[in-house]
Design a protein around this ligand. Structure first.
Ligand code: NAD
Ligand code: TYD
Length: 341
């Protein structure tokens, strides 16, 4: 392993992985390949701007020619695929882009990678493929019961990866991360959305009763988990990367408000997300068996995250314009109005 293509490396988790790998493995070359959708942001890669072992190429994983060209030009031997449409609420509004990138894009990367003869292919997936887990903790052999178009598209991508391992003998590893939070997360997901809205004293739309449960994982722990799976994972296997720290959404929201010194009256219960999964929970024993441990507690991680958004409003204020405002109107205006009436 020498030349690693990080697809989706300008997004939230991909950029954390790039920032980590560039320093942890100075003898590797990292090439970020990213379409720069609304969620891709070159500011996320500013910390590695001067790294001689990192390069950026703009491109679409569903476009065969550009994938082939980047693989050949940089003599890529390993792919770590973060590229995805990644937000459940957007998948409910407009599912098509999810099928294109999360299923067809994964197929394109696999197929071109196979023809060019790459080595390991790591697919970054999600706990959402397991669906709503009423009790207990998902293990890697559990069946898939995806409930949103996002979860279904990620499950479809995983199935393509599996088929390329079984049929063509491709060296593949899949990781399934739990809800991830930390610096540089696009402010549409719960944690950065609520922090940045609360900083401006805006109402926080909490879906339904706010008693849904998510399993929270700090972004650097997620990035290190992918590194462990990349280097030590067994070919053809999947690995859960779980924070194993389950919290109700309402508790997370109240903790963020308390860290910001803002009143709980900013919280507004709004009509629930359609098909909303109540609970995600995974068991991380298999990855722990390879030597991975979560390092960040939820309290510490949330504290760091709130401080980062407070200190770096230059990063998120320029995002909250244009496309973001259109999305905000489509997603939240009606829900917040319903909560008022
Ligand atoms: P993100 O939305 O912040 O970033 C996605 C990146 O992919 C962006 O930079 C975007 O420009 C790029 N991209 C999108 N379509 C592309 C295409 N067709 N070709 C090339 N690049 C494209 O997402 P994230 O939160 O960083 O998630 C990264 C990966 O981790 C995704 O695969 C997601 O399913 C998975 N995941 C996310 C979480 C989470 O809580 N955020 C948890 C588990 C797994
Ligand atoms: P999100 O960050 O979108 O991640 P996911 O849907 O992948 O779990 O949402 C986390 C939880 O927070 C989820 O149960 C939905 C809820 N949520 C709200 O209550 N209000 C919001 O405005 C958002 C974005 C999410």
């Amino acid at each position: 392993m020498k030349n690693i293509l990080v697809t989706g490396g300008a997004g939230f988790i991909g950029s954390a992985f790039v920032r980590y790998m560039v320093n942890a493995y100075p003898h590797y070359t990292l090439v970020t390949f990213d379409k720069l959708t609304y969620a891709g942001n070159l500011d996320n890669l500013l910390p590695v701007k001067n790294a001689s072992n990192h390069h950026f190429e703009q491109g679409d994983i569903a476009d065969r020619e550009s994938v082939q060209s980047v693989l050949e030009q940089h003599k890529i031997d390993t792919i770590v695929n973060f590229a995805a449409e990644s937000h459940v609420d957007r998948s409910i509004l407009e599912p098509e882009a999810f099928i294109r990138t999360d299923v067809f894009g994964v197929y394109t990367l696999l197929e071109v990678g196979r023809q060019v003869g790459i080595g390991r292919f790591v697919q970054v997936s999600t706990d959402e493929v397991y669906g709503d887990v009423h009790e207990g903790f998902s293990v890697e052999t559990d069946s898939f019961l995806p409930n949103s178009p996002y979860a279904a598209s990620k499950a479809g991508g995983e199935m393509m990866v599996r088929s390329y391992h079984v049929t063509y003998g491709m060296d593949t590893v899949i990781t399934r991360g739990s809800n991830t939070y930390g610096p540089y997360q696009y402010p549409e997901k719960l944690v950065p959305f609520f922090i940045t809205e609360a900083m401006d004293d805006k109402p926080l739309p909490l879906y339904g009763d706010g008693m849904q449960i998510r399993d929270w994982l700090y972004v650097d722990d997620h990035a290190r988990g992918i590194d462990v799976a990349l280097h030590k994972g067994k070919s053809g296997e999947a690995y859960n990367i779980a924070g194993e720290d389950l919290r109700h959404n309402i508790e997370v929201a109240k903790k963020m408000l308390s860290l910001l010194g803002k009143p709980e009256s900013l919280l507004k219960h709004v009509p629930d997300r359609e098909g909303h999964d109540r609970r995600y929970a995974m068991n991380a024993d298999k990855l722990r068996g390879l030597g991975w441990e979560r390092q960040m507690t939820f309290e510490e991680g949330l504290h760091n995250t709130v401080s980062w958004y407070k200190t770096n409003d230059w990063w998120w204020r320029k995002i909250k314009t244009g496309e973001y405002l259109d999305y905000y109107k489509k997603q939240y205006a009606a829900r917040l109005a319903a909560a008022e009436s």
